[in-house]
Design a protein around this ligand. Structure first.
Ligand code: HEC
Ligand code: HEC
Ligand code: HEC
Ligand code: HEC
Length: 165
């Protein structure tokens, strides 16, 4: 019973901590970067996911996408954390039509995939990013996503959301 009490105490402390020191799920650099145990580019800890097929291309995702999907694809292909299913996801992993969208410079991928729209076109997964869901641009904490969409889709967006970018 003492052991159980200890476990409960640890759980309570852990529950109280997130707002204080553990601000976001990606806060630990070594979740993604293996300082002496890297697997591929930017010393990522996870083996890239090369099994999930992208319905847009009929092929697995390339570099950045395959890194994110090592953790975020549904099991068994990925670790299943907040799973993102490519069959139901904003199109990724191809070269977009420049007449349809405006792709900002920060949205480009690794060398060799500059023209692709990738996971990091919309997200900057680093703890330094203060925005909702690690998005690259503000969305009033998620309450105004159209403001975020306006960055690349000005043709479809309300004027006030383009101005607020
Ligand atoms: C969720 C996974 C993840 C976490 C956590 C993470 N990184 Fe990264 N990091 C990446 C990915 C993917 C890239 C390559 C794409 C990019 O530059 O955003 C990268 C790139 C980098 C780069 C190279 C940037 C450049 O411009 O060449 C550095 C340096 C880096 N990370 C440091 C850190 C540090 C320090 C932390 C902790 C404070 C951290 N990362 C946490 C995934 C992560
Ligand atoms: C090593 C595993 C790992 C990798 C690689 C990884 N993530 Fe995560 N990510 C996590 C975990 C764990 C969580 C928290 C899951 C939960 O809340 O259940 C998370 C949460 C998130 C969230 C939700 C943030 C929030 O505020 O709730 C987003 C968005 C995200 N990741 C995007 C990305 C993107 C984009 C990449 C690739 C650049 C990436 N992640 C790579 C492990 C990873
Ligand atoms: C970083 C830029 C970027 C952001 C931000 C962005 N998109 Fe897109 N979007 C694209 C690109 C690139 C395409 C593909 C254009 C093409 O077909 O060549 C696209 C295509 C689409 C499509 C067409 C889908 C299809 O199957 O053809 C829809 C709908 C869409 N986006 C909605 C959104 C919404 C809603 C948001 C905000 C939550 C958003 N986008 C944010 C870049 C972006
Ligand atoms: C067009 C922009 C865009 C692209 C590209 C994109 N995301 Fe997202 N992502 C978003 C937005 C916006 C949200 C927040 C959605 C909401 O709150 O309704 C989000 C949420 C998430 C979450 C949290 C999901 C949850 O259940 O809470 C994860 C994890 C994530 N994205 C990972 C990825 C990965 C991995 C990729 C690449 C395969 C990717 N994203 C590509 C815009 C994008």
């Amino acid at each position: 019973m003492r052991r159980l009490g200890y476990v409960i105490l640890v759980m309570l402390v852990a529950a109280a901590l997130p707002g204080m020191v553990w601000a976001g799920p990606h806060d630990d650099c070594t979740l993604c970067h293996g300082v002496h145990s890297g697997q591929g580019p930017v010393i990522l800890t996870e083996t890239p996911n090369t099994t999930t097929i992208n319905p847009r291309t009929g092929k697995p995702m390339k570099r950045i996408g395959s890194l994110c999907l090592a953790c975020h694809a549904p099991e068994p292909d990925g670790a299943g954390y907040r799973p993102v299913d490519l069959n139901h996801t904003h199109p990724v992993g191809f070269t977009p039509d420049p007449n349809k969208v405006v792709l900002p410079a920060q949205s480009k991928g690794f060398p060799g995939e500059e023209e692709d729209v990738v996971c990091t076109s919309c997200h900057d997964q680093h703890p330094s990013n203060p925005y909702y869901m690690y998005l690259r641009w503000p969305s009033d904490g998620g309450s105004n996503l159209p403001m975020f969409c306006a960055k690349c889709h000005p043709k479809q967006s309300a004027a006030e959301n383009i101005q607020r970018q």
